[in-house]
Design a protein around this ligand. Structure first.
Ligand SMILES: NC(=O)c1ccc[n+]([C@@H]2O[C@H](COP(=O)([O-])OP(=O)(O)OC[C@H]3O[C@@H](n4cnc5c(N)ncnc54)[C@H](O)[C@@H]3O)[C@@H](O)[C@H]2O)c1
Length: 399
């Protein structure tokens, strides 16, 4: 994490039933709002949530979205029978934060459907209620969000597709910039949930050969290319592949060997810090597209940069999902898949191009270039709109 100011607020909560911890961090507020998802993972810590909240601030800045960054985390395995109850109690406890500007959504181990259900049962409205309440016409904005969430794209909800679509577009923008050919490139995706599954889908649609995907149970590989759509159909709600659906030519291997798979592109789309100083030398790919948040440690980023491996930073590469929420609330786009895809494609390609050009011109890494651009945008927004809530309804800001 880039050293910076202290977060605005850190919250540590203890579940009265299980004794387990939950955390929430508001990194900063802009316009009285802060956005960021809620995750469930055994072992999640306050430090992890704080790093993720900071990443969300950068993410909003990168796409000129009028809010600061926040994040929530519950220290429990999403398969645990107590997970749902704990999430419900957590949402109840966090009500003051939702009411004072935190809008949230699905993240690792939490589906949007489950989160929406729990919010409704706790009487908090929608998960982005804070943004709806400031939109000027909360009913119309709420309708757009509900209709958007109901859209299915070839069997997957739009909200679960759009992030991975953006990841693939970010990869394509870099491939074009470098003069490479996507049709001659192989890709490996770690994580096969909302982000990983859709990243694999849209990379394959752009012509890449997806030769490996990894879920919490291990890797599935095929040097001739996997049947991504078949694997997506077999997937559980938590992104786990049903191994009985594999074709005879597909192979299974342990997940921790994922960096050894021969490939040109890797997409970490699961947990934090999976590429570190200890394994950065194993990265064979020339392009790393970070679909997960904070998957590459600072030391590993430096090592990869020295070797000429391009890393598209998390908050740019995976920012399509967050941007889709904001654009839908703000009415920049209607609840329409074509509009969503077109807008994400345009903004992602422009953002990645601008970032890579700046990095090249200044001899700095893409992340350093993106950090500069993103904080500049967010500081300008905070100056114009203020940090705390005003009575002025939200207005779309030029992306
Ligand atoms: N869902 C979103 O809208 C969204 C948006 C932007 C970024 N992200 C980030 O993307 C990442 C994944 O989130 P998601 O919503 O796709 O989660 P998810 O719960 O839908 O899927 C997680 C996937 O990772 C796999 N996994 C879990 N632990 C693993 C491990 N140790 N090794 C390998 N695979 C493992 C799971 O089996 C599953 O396939 C997170 O870092 C999240 O913050 C999510």
């Amino acid at each position: 994490m880039t050293p910076g100011p202290e977060p605005r607020l850190r919250v540590i909560w203890t579940d009265p039933v299980t004794g387990r911890k939950g955390y929430a961090v508001i990194d900063r507020m802009v316009n009285g709002l802060a956005g960021g998802g809620t995750r469930m993972r055994q072992g999640v810590s306050l430090v992890e949530v704080e790093r993720l909240a900071r990443t969300m601030s950068y993410k909003n800045g990168a796409f000129n979205l009028p809010g600061g960054g926040a994040k929530g985390g519950l220290d429990i395995d999403p398969h645990d029978p107590e997970a749902r109850g704990m999430l419900s109690r957590y949402v109840r406890a966090m009500k003051p934060l939702y009411r004072s500007g935190w809008g949230t959504a699905e993240d690792l181990g939490v589906t949007q459907e489950l989160l929406g259900e729990v919010f409704a049962e706790q009487g908090v409205g929608m998960t982005v209620q804070a943004m709806l309440d400031r939109s000027g016409d909360s009913k119309a904005a709420g309708r757009r969000v509900s209709q958007g969430l109901a859209i299915q794209v070839e069997g997957i909800g739009l909200a679960d597709c759009i992030g991975g679509y953006g990841v693939a577009e970010a990869a394509a923008a870099c491939v074009d910039q470098k003069g490479w050919n996507m049709h001659k490139m192989r890709a490996v995706v770690q994580g096969f949930g909302s982000m990983g599954g859709s990243s694999a889908r849209y990379l394959a649609k752009l012509g890449a050969k997806v030769v490996g995907v990894v879920d919490v149970n291990g890797a599935v590989t095929n040097p001739d290319g996997l049947d991504v759509e078949g694997l997506l159909k077999s997937r559980s709600a938590l992104g786990e592949i049903d191994r009985s659906s594999l074709r005879s030519e597909d192979r299974e291997s342990p997940g921790d060997g994922w960096l050894d798979i021969e490939t040109d592109i890797i997409v970490p789309a699961a947990v934090a810090d999976v590429i570190s100083a200890g394994n950065a030398a194993q990265v064979k790919a020339r392009l790393v597209v970070e679909a997960a948040n904070i998957p590459t440690t600072g030391d590993a980023q430096r090592l990869l940069f020295e070797r000429g491996v391009v890393v598209i930073p998390d908050y740019v590469a995976n920012g399509g999902a967050n941007a889709w929420w904001w654009w839908t609330v703000l009415g920049v786009i209607e609840a329409d898949a074509d509009q969503a895809f077109k807008h994400v494609s345009k903004v992602m390609r422009d953002t990645v191009k601008g970032m890579l050009e700046r990095a090249e011109a200044k001899g700095i890494s893409p992340r350093e270039a993106a950090n500069e651009l993103s904080m500049q945008n967010l500081d300008q927004l905070a100056e114009k709109l203020g940090e705390d809530a005003s009575e002025v309804p939200l207005e779309p800001v030029k992306a």
